[in-house]
Design a protein around this ligand. Structure first.
Ligand SMILES: CC(C)(COP(=O)(O)OP(=O)(O)OC[C@H]1O[C@@H](n2cnc3c(N)ncnc32)[C@H](O)[C@@H]1OP(=O)(O)O)[C@@H](O)C(=O)NCCC(=O)NCCS
Length: 148
């Protein structure tokens, strides 16, 4: 299993696995295309023998606080429970540390126990609960971890 930056040729498979991972909440193809253009090497792809298995999408904010975000994280259902989500998060943190980000943030559904277990084991703590963060009925917890 390798982790590398996404390329244009990944778009088709990326779209397929995004729908497997996030079903109705998957990005439309055109949004994925735009995210790839914007995030470039900070769009991390998990790959095994040319099969895309998961991804982590990172960003840095344009302010002086040097915040970084993990905007998306997912592993296809059939590959879960093998340490790949943790691997992607390690690579994400490594990449954002190289960007000299002072703090990494992410949002998570309050009842997503699997993701919360992963993030807490990596020393993320809850900064604030946000109601309707992704629109009515879509509450999220904002988690953060300092770097450096
Ligand atoms: C969250 C997700 C990326 C985890 O990926 P994964 O490859 O299955 O995770 P890993 O095997 O690396 O496990 C990492 C940690 O997650 C937690 N975890 C994994 N599977 C779990 C389960 N079935 N129940 C409870 N906790 C679990 C554990 O803390 C685990 O660490 P450990 O193995 O040291 O105990 C994956 O479940 C996923 O894609 N889910 C759907 C999309 C999603 O919810 N993304 C996060 C959005 S914020």
């Amino acid at each position: 299993m390798t982790v590398r930056g996404a390329r244009e040729g990944d778009l088709g498979q990326l779209h397929d696995i995004d729908r497997l991972i996030f079903t109705d909440d998957a990005y439309p193809y055109f949004v994925l295309r735009q995210l790839l253009e914007v995030h470039g090497e900070r769009f991390l792809i998990l790959e095994h023998e040319r099969e895309l298995t998961g991804y982590a999408m990172l960003a840095t904010t344009p302010d002086n606080q040097r915040h970084g975000w993990v905007l998306g994280l997912g592993v296809v259902p059939q590959a879960r429970g093998n340490g790949y989500g943790r691997l992607l998060m390690h690579k994400a943190i490594e990449r954002l540390a190289a960007d000299e980000v002072a703090e990494v943030r992410l949002s998570v559904e309050p009842n997503n126990e699997v993701a919360l277990n992963l993030y807490r084991s990596l020393h993320f703590t809850t900064v604030e609960p946000r109601q309707a963060y992704f629109g009515p009925g879509h509450d999220r917890l904002i988690l953060a971890r300092k770097l450096g």
